[in-house]
Design a protein around this ligand. Sequence first.
Ligand SMILES: Nc1ncnc2c1ncn2[C@@H]1O[C@H](COP(=O)(O)OP(=O)(O)OP(=O)(O)O)[C@@H](O)[C@H]1O
Ligand SMILES: [Mg+2]
Length: 228
Amino acid sequence: MTEKTPIIELRNLTKIYQDGVEFRALDDACLRIEKGEFVSIVGPSGSGKSTLMHLIGLLDTPSSGTLLIDEQDVTEMSDKERSEMRNRMLGFIFQYHHLLPDFTALENVMMPLLIAGTGKKEAKEVAEKLLTEVGLKDRMDHKPGELSGGQNQRVAVARALSGSPAIVLGDEPTGNLDTKTGDMIYELLRKLNREHDQTFIVVTHNEDLAGKADRIIRLVDGKIISSA
Ligand SMILES: Nc1ncnc2c1ncn2[C@@H]1O[C@H](COP(=O)(O)OP(=O)(O)OP(=O)(O)O)[C@@H](O)[C@H]1O
Ligand SMILES: [Mg+2]
């Protein structure tokens, strides 16, 4: 197998919180994630999973170490450059869908595109295509209050993919769903990963789901203990 380009590389990445005492939420993490990989992150509560996701997602800055995304050192970037890269490269799916309640599924998926300056017609076409891919062709005109938990999470998946991000980050995207619905969402992410060649990094508490990934990264007390 030929070696793929790492789309994400962590070199001794550390996040320290200081509130009276020093706390290492992420401790000297080294990791390479290749383009198109589907990686699961597991670890006990408080082990640093969300901290890691926030750093990779450019939602937070490390205390020390280096983070490369698409071969660029993001730790050297200005806030403006980082937010530009975040908008261009990264899509987010959270535990709770965070959809706008007064807008339909279609409008929720169109929203990030419209904000990014895409024309209304094109945004609608992209949103319709994605909602069809996630199995919601017939529910596009429903608002979040008129959809099930699993359906809303599908809308959130479609929204995360709307800008064709190279990297999709999920922080327990199935954490709020029953087992069967969670399985379905995970399968959907896996399918989208294969079909779109996007890189997926997904935090989960569920070992069965984690096992479906190409690779599992295990965190304990802020340290990556394995990434086989
Ligand atoms: N803003 C903060 N200030 C101080 N400590 C923080 C802050 N954010 C997180 N921590 C601490 O860092 C550690 C790692 O937190 P993190 O949210 O990354 O854990 P997690 O693995 O995502 O846990 P969970 O499975 O419960 O979501 C925890 O001990 C947490 O209390
Ligand atoms: Mg967390």
